[in-house]
Write a protein that binds this ligand. Structure first.
Ligand code: C2E
Ligand code: MG
Ligand code: MG
Length: 376
């Protein structure tokens, strides 16, 4: 086999037998290197006759290139080629696989990030911020949404976009979701003790929601609050989450409703939810995505679109709340077209629990929002 492999080399190339059935080839000419891979594989796959017996063998070839975007040493190159060879074996043998440095780099960064997040959770570096949802006509506070933040000791206060992408789809997804639930419940208890009991909306990730014991977990943490005035928790489910698994998600929402936990459909309008789907989905509230709100002060067509969404919601008997109420003008227009519930920086930005308590003492809607709504 070694002499056959040697026959596939060009001038300057090197072949080494590292041990057992493993060879390493250093190929200098990158222009038609794939031809050489095929030649090496064919050289092995060609039957071998020994003492009247015909032996059939195949090889699996892993390859990497040099130089790379980051500095690599010889040991790393061998490791990369080894990893690619392993993939070639998994893919069915008698083939070559090229090491993907971008994928490998991303994977390493992802694993490091996850490890750091895990440590952050243990070290209490995460915190829930809260953003109020209000009736813009009367000023009544309807609830608060929990939004995760990371008080990173070196990088400062980080928004979800800095850590959720690593968490989602990882082993930490469910434990992070459970941390959010526990923290929200602890904060709810503190609110209750201050006579300010308000339902806390939490954002539930797809995987967590669809975990087999999710409903049981929520029930065990909450008990039955169907008879209570305020249930501690409400769930926000992304429209995109429901699309893949309508029946299952609908069952979960219905089961939660039995013990008083309500659900709203988050980022509504961004997930191509069909009307048939929407009618079947037993959510109580549609949260209109901020992208439908931000343009209403400048583009009359956006107001028409928003009115259409409101009519649609009314016709299927769903409540509506607008996200991204950034300016007083946004609030005024929303009230005029009958969207009473709002959330956004014109009302309050997401804030720490302590800041929320202060905010609640002084909040009142802007005078320009008074008498704006024909629907309040
Ligand atoms: P979301 O649930 O749609 O939350 C609303 C987002 O809009 C929040 O971003 C909020 O800070 C931001 N926002 C509030 N008011 C305004 C406004 O007036 N204008 C604009 N442009 N934005 C406003 P944030 O906190 O960065 O969260 C982003 C997303 O991350 C959330 O979107 C939610 O999907 C997800 N998320 C946050 N916390 C959690 C969590 O604990 N668990 C899970 N699974 N997802 C979370
Ligand atoms: Mg949300
Ligand atoms: Mg949203």
């Amino acid at each position: 086999v070694a002499s056959r492999l040697k026959g596939c080399l060009r001038e300057g190339d090197t072949l080494a037998r590292l041990g057992g059935d493993e060879f390493v080839a250093l190929l200098l000419n990158p222009s038609d290197v794939e031809q050489q891979y095929f030649a090496l594989l064919n050289a092995v796959a060609h039957p071998i006759r020994i003492d009247g017996i015909t032996l059939f063998m195949t090889a699996s070839l892993g390859a990497c290139s040099y130089p790379q975007a980051v500095a690599v040493d010889a040991d790393q190159l061998v490791r990369q080629a080894d990893q690619a060879m392993y993939h070639a074996k998994q893919a069915g043998r008698n083939r070559f696989q090229i090491f993907d440095e971008v994928f490998d780099h991303d994977l390493r960064v992802h694993n490091e990030n996850l490890e750091r997040i895990r440590k952050g959770l243990t070290d209490d570096e995460f915190e829930l911020y809260y953003q109020p949802k209000v009736n813009m006509a009367t000023g009544a506070i309807l609830g608060i949404e929990a939004l995760a933040r990371w008080n990173h000791p070196e990088r400062g206060l980080l928004p979800p976009s800095a850590f959720l992408p690593d968490i989602q789809g990882s082993v930490l997804e469910v434990s992070f979701g459970e941390w959010v639930i526990d923290q929200a419940l602890a904060d709810y208890e503190r609110l209750r003790l201050n006579d300010m009991a308000l339902t806390i909306s939490i954002n539930i990730s797809a995987r967590h929601l669809e975990k087999t014991d999710f409903v049981e977990y929520i029930r065990s943490r909450l008990g039955d609050c169907s008879g209570h005035q305020t249930c501690p928790l409400e769930l926000e489910i992304l429209e995109t989450t429901t699309l893949d698994n309508l029946d299952r998600v609908s069952d979960i929402i219905r089961d939660c409703a039995k013990f008083g936990v309500r659900c709203s459909l988050d980022d509504f309008g961004t997930g191509y939810c069909s009307l048939t789907y929407l009618r079947k989905l037993p959510v109580e509230t549609l949260k209109i995505d901020q992208s439908f709100v931000c343009g209403i002060t400048e583009h009359p067509n956006d107001v028409i679109l928003l009115k259409g969404i409101l009519d649609l919601a009314r016709s299927i008997d769903r409540k509506v709340i607008a996200e991204g109420v950034e300016t007083l003008e946004h609030g005024r227009i929303l009230l005029e077209i009958g969207c009473i519930q709002g959330q956004g920086s014109a009302i309050a930005r997401p804030m720490s629990f302590k800041a929320l308590l202060e905010w609640m003492k002084t909040w009142h809607p802007d005078p320009s929002w008074e008498n704006r709504s024909a629907y309040s």
